[in-house]
Design a binder for this molecule. Sequence first.
Ligand code: SF4
Length: 327
Amino acid sequence: MDFSKLAEFLAQNNEPAFRIKQITKNYYSGRYLSFSEMTDLSLGLRQLLETNYSLSSIKLDKLLEDKFAKKARLILGDGSKIETVLMDYGDWKTVCVSSQVGCPLGCTFCATGKMGFTRNLTVDEIIDQILFWKHTNTVSRIVFMGMGEPFLNWDNLIAALKTINDKNGLYIGNRKISISTAGVAPRIIDFANLNTEINLAISLHSADQATREEMMPIARQYSLNDLKKALDYYTKLTHRQVFFEYLLAKDVNDSPKHLDLLIKFIRSNNLFYLNLIPLNPIKDGLTPSDNLTYFQKELTAAHVNFSVRHSIGQSINSACGQLIVEK
Ligand code: SF4
């Protein structure tokens, strides 16, 4: 929604100056799916807007739900499809947002990576995912953990974050927003320099360089050393915790050697925090490890800051790494 163009359009049609504020407020409330539903506008104006503008950049294709999660497949203006997820944690609801159509990074444990990359999402397409859920739910947290690598869509990500946080936008506090990156080290530095209260999560999955390269091809471009340097810079500047995601995959990253390197890595900075995640199965993907209890025991003994995070929404393939749209 280009509000400056819309304001010009309203002025050309002799609408009072406050009208744009009224429409902006209506839009971000999430209550309306079309201009024709905005009954606080005159019928003539509603019809005029409906003919000249589209309120949303997305349309629902398919909705799946289980007890704790809902997954929506959305169609964009150019026919591309993405998925977004609403997770219900009882006391709050979190929207998992996609940032790209597909993903160029091709992590081996991730269904999205198998889709390849089509394009970055626009700011509207990012915001409209949140508004889609807000239409029928109270949304209190946002995570950029859906399809795509958010730091490779930097400009649109930053613009969307401003709108999410803005009191005239979605007005969700920065502390309730999290971004997960596969480890685009230069963008971690840029993100640190913004010095916001937005949470930063890193898909780590191995603290062994060779294993990480196998699981996440981006590790060949930005090594564990590059990642560690960028993150030490981030914690020094922001004094904020960094959350590491570690999916446990059988015979890939679950050996005693992997565990030792993981312990060393997490303990190397007291603001590093580990989230151990049982692997969510995908078609032709990696196998969940049997070593979760062993990792838990050893991490506890080594006084590592960690928790085990069970993904929700597995039955509808909406858990971490499971989002995919067949072309
Ligand atoms: S895990 Fe993230 S970065 Fe890796 S392929 Fe999947 S969407 Fe892309």
